[in-house]
Ligand binder design. Structure first.
Ligand code: MN
Length: 721
């Protein structure tokens, strides 16, 4: 659907609230001009997107004028020339701040490394804590982008869906905006698991008519039974969201037919008393399924959701869920924090002093306490996706904790001092261990002692970040000297285990890398559990590896110098069995040169006779009874000895040939020992010259030059055996 400004203005006209239509029109005009000529991937004009976002905010929440203006302008600062100052001048401080917040959230990459991600999420939470409307606009922005995701390339579809599933939907859930949360999840699922999504859709459509009739008949029967309630209750019926069914089928591994609450019927009343009365009537009409009743009125969810839930089976044998709540609870359930704008005369977006935003402040406070980004990241994950248990104090107060919490978490949730002074705990009147996992309905009594203090191993046991942060800060505060000693011992033990030898410099670097001023601070943090020792070790290991490489490089240099020096002093250039000072004689049969592969023959009393490895005498020798005396040999580098080699040249007969050959050899400063020339039968000349060279390289060079002499047909080393 293409959203237009006319639709937006019509929507505003239909509202009971008052809007500054002129301001909104001006915001539209500015955005329209700024995005002029730009198209979305779908081919629609870009302006249709901000208009859609503004429309969603009206349609769902009746957000205020400034929010609607900011929605219209939310992409101009990032995508066009218009500056924030300009927006501030024309639309005021609030609109500018909202646009800035939304722009910044949009720039935060969420699928980055864990550390980076935690930092980014922190930025978003800070933006939210300043003005919650920022994230509400962002959620509407994301919802419209999800609705139009079809037009994007597949890679982008997946990435955006993943981000939505992991971040925006949980935020919507935490803010209690189930409406947006469910739509986001269903669309994201379509791209993340098309197979699973289609399968559920197919199953649902199989008996659509039957299903509609079923829900209608249930609604009708309930309506009849409670017809005496005035004003008449609202009764709704629906199929639950695709993603909630998906989770049950694919994550919990249930059969499609086993899922109890594909169908949900909702009864919306005026008072809480009516809610409990209607619950009784429902249980009288249909058979309740045991353990499926939940009283979220007495124990609201952390996102303030309130309702009675029960699952029952009708005559048809089909189970369905019934949700019973008041109108006000219903508003909160659908729109969460945004219900404020929808049903009350607009409030400011600040979260200060608002109890419902406690969790945002909590996360931010914990982050200031935490020294380690992994803790922050974990805190956010746990706090954004709470699956809570409800625990009672002996006085009957209810404390909600994340599932899996134990008595330590409970003690710290009551009060920090209760946690610190805990010496034991009773559940249902019986003593339990500290790691006792609490379940909903447990009545827990914490026993305290005046001289008690937390134990270090509580850090391992505690499940909630709140408890961990409090325990850590106790150790941080109470025992610095002890922490330093403790941390030092721990780190030294781990370094030893990992073969790390760290000098002061390395430790200082490590401390700085973890943002501590001194090594003692690092030790202390390890001591009280503020820094994970494994992380310190990982980085020290990297340092060590780097250092080792540098050392190795330096060692190679030194070794080379030593080698060079000894090479100069060496009398000869052949090493046999690692020994280089044998008396050497070069075999006349093959004239080995440095660079040739060689073998040495250990003579009796003559030292070593060196042959080319492919010399006929070597081959014979290795078969003889003396084969033990033949040893592999290598040339020492930088040998200063010289060698004789014979070169065999064939050339066309011409005058001055021999003069050219001798001149070439002389020009290379190579001494000639012997030179012979004669005619071959075909009329070509053959020149055989014996020279003294320093090695095979020099010989090769000489041969190349000889080959270039005019008339030379071939020139090669003689005596190849
Ligand atoms: Mn946008």
């Amino acid at each position: 659907m293409l959203y237009t400004i006319d639709m937006l203005l019509d929507k505003i006209k239909s509202s009971e609230k008052t809007y500054d239509v002129e301001k909104i029109s001006k915001a539209y005009q500015l955005a329209d001009k700024a995005h002029e000529g730009v198209l979305r991937s779908s081919g629609d004009p870009y302006i249709s997107h901000p208009v859609a976002v503004a429309y969603i905010l009206l349609e769902k929440f009746w957000m205020d004028t400034d929010t609607i203006c900011a929605a219209l302008l939310h992409d101009v600062v990032e995508d066009t020339d218009i500056t924030l100052e300009e927006i501030q001048k024309r639309f005021g401080e609030d609109v500018a701040r909202l646009v800035d917040g939304v722009t910044k959230i949009g720039l935060v990459p969420l699928n980055t490394r864990e550390e980076q991600q935690a930092e980014n999420i922190r930025k978003i939470l800070i933006a939210m804590s300043k003005d919650i409307r920022v994230i509400i606009i962002k959620l509407a922005d994301r919802l419209h982008n999800m609705r139009t995701l079809e037009a994007r390339p597949p890679e982008k579809q997946r990435k955006t869906s993943l981000e939505t599933m992991n971040f925006y939907a949980p935020i919507a859930h935490r803010l209690g905006i189930s409406d947006i949360k469910e739509e986001m999840e269903d669309i994201a699922l379509r791209y993340l698991d098309p197979y699973g999504f289609n399968e559920i859709q197919r199953q649902l459509s199989l008996n659509e008519v039957q299903r509609d009739n079923f829900i209608e008949s249930i609604k009708e029967r309930i309506r009849e039974r409670i017809s005496d309630i005035q004003p008449p209750p609202i009764i709704e019926g629906r199929v639950k969201s695709t993603y909630s069914i998906y989770k049950k089928v694919y994550v919990k591994g249930k059969n499609f037919s086993e899922i109890y609450d594909i169908y949900a019927v909702r009864v919306i009343l005026q008072t809480v008393v009516e809610c409990y009365n209607v619950l009784g009537i429902i249980h009288d009409m249909f058979r309740p399924i045991p353990y499926r009743f939940k009283d979220y009125i007495a124990m609201p969810k952390p996102n303030r959701y309130q309702s009675l839930h029960t699952t029952v089976i009708g005559r048809e044998g089909v189970p369905f869920e019934v949700q019973i709540r008041t109108q006000e609870m219903h508003n909160t359930a659908q729109y969460g924090v945004a219900a404020h704008w929808k049903y009350k005369a607009g409030i400011q977006g600040s979260v200060a002093g608002e109890k419902r935003f406690d969790w945002i402040r909590h996360i931010l406070e914990q982050q200031q306490e935490a020294d380690d980004v992994e803790q922050i990241s974990e805190a956010i994950k746990v706090d954004l996706a709470p699956d809570d248990v409800y625990i009672f104090t002996p006085k009957g107060d209810v404390i909600s904790l994340p599932a899996g919490s134990n008595v330590i978490d409970f003690a710290y949730a009551i009060h920090t001092e209760v946690g610190h002074k805990m010496t034991g705990a009773k559940v249902g009147g019986r003593m339990v261990s500290f790691d006792y996992k609490l379940s909903t309905g447990d009545i827990v009594e914490i026993i305290t002692g005046s001289n008690a203090g937390p134990n270090r191993n509580w850090l391992e046991i505690a499940k909630t970040n709140e408890a961990k942060a409090k325990i850590r800060s106790w150790f941080k505060r109470e025992c610095r000297e002890e922490n330093i000693e403790n941390g030092k011992v721990q780190l030294e033990r781990e370094m030893k285990r990992n073969g790390i030898i760290a000098d002061d410099e390395m430790l200082k670097n490590a401390a700085q890398r973890h943002r501590f001023d001194t090594v003692d601070d690092l030790y202390a943090a390890i001591g009280y559990g503020g820094v994970q020792i494994s992380k310190v070790i990982t980085r020290l290991k990297e340092d060590q590896t780097r250092q080792n490489k540098l050392n190795a490089a330096a060692a190679v240099d030194v070794q080379k110098l030593v080698q060079d020096a000894s090479a100069r002093e060496r009398k000869n250039g052949v090493i046999i069995d690692g020994i280089d000072n044998y008396p050497i004689k070069y075999a006349q049969c093959c004239n080995p040169l440095p660079g040739d592969e060689i073998m040495g023959f250990i003579t009796r009393g003559y030292g070593i006779s060196v042959h080319k490895a492919d010399c006929r005498n070597v081959k014979e020798g290795l078969k003889s009874e003396n084969r033990e005396r033949w040893r592999p040999a290598i040339w020492a580098s930088n040998s200063t000895s010289s060698f004789r080699a014979t070169i065999d040249i064939i050339a066309e007969d011409r005058t001055a040939l021999i003069a050219d050959i001798t001149a070439t050899i002389a020009n290379n400063r190579i001494p000639i020992y012997e030179i012979n020339a004669h005619y071959l039968k075909n009329g070509n000349g053959n020149v055989v010259v014996t020279v003294e060279v320093s090695g095979i390289e020099q010989l090769k060079n000489l041969i190349l030059r000889l080959q270039k002499i005019q008339g030379v047909i071939s020139a090669e080393r003689a005596g190849k055996q």
